[in-house]
Design a binder for this molecule. Structure first.
Ligand code: ADP
Length: 159
């Protein structure tokens, strides 16, 4: 079974990586799909975000990392995915995700949306928090994968 894990990943955090690792265990192939939502004014380009995810995940045949444009439902169908998987951190994530899941179900009735609960130690973690901390010279140890930490700090502090 193929699952799609979509998001902005601007940049990937340990919360995302936790979901990626756990989701990969319950499918044959996981497609991490990086959306290009210009409304979110991303700090990293789609290519940079893909590179950071690939560096964090390592070389795994069961995980593909790619960008996508257009509707997620269309992308998932093209890729032959059975379901979309999303992470949930708090009740505040629920309303938006509930709406998206129902919309995608309307667009593509065969495509399911699955939710995976965050691990307790990442429930407070978001890409925007990481950016805010890094931009202001704070320590992002433990918040993002160690191997990409310096690249994130460099980009956000323009060192
Ligand atoms: P963000 O809200 O951090 O900008 P994204 O749009 O990149 O997140 O999120 C992609 C997916 O990852 C969403 O399903 C989101 O709920 C999930 N996610 C983000 N951070 C975490 C976390 N700390 N734990 C679990 N899931 C997360």
């Amino acid at each position: 079974m193929i699952l799609v894990y979509p998001g902005s990943f601007d940049p990937i955090t340990n919360g995302h990586l936790d979901i990626i690792t756990r989701a990969a265990c319950i499918c044959d192939k996981l497609i991490v799909a990086v959306g290009n939502n210009e409304n979110k004014k991303p700090a990293f380009t789609v290519e940079e975000r893909i590179d950071l995810i690939k560096a964090s995940v390592g070389n795994r045949e069961d995980i593909k990392v790619t960008g996508f444009t257009g509707l997620l439902a269309d992308f998932a169908k093209r890729e032959g995915a059975r379901a979309v998987i999303k992470g949930l951190r708090a009740m505040s994530d629920f309303e938006y995700e509930f709406q998206m899941a129902l919309l995608n179900k309307t667009l593509e009735p065969d495509l399911e949306t699955l939710f995976m609960m965050t691990s307790v130690h990442y429930s407070y973690l978001s890409s925007s928090a990481v950016k805010e901390i890094a931009r202001n010279g704070g320590n992002i140890d433990g918040l993002v994968p160690e191997c990409i930490k310096d690249r994130i700090v460099e980009k956000l502090t323009c060192r």
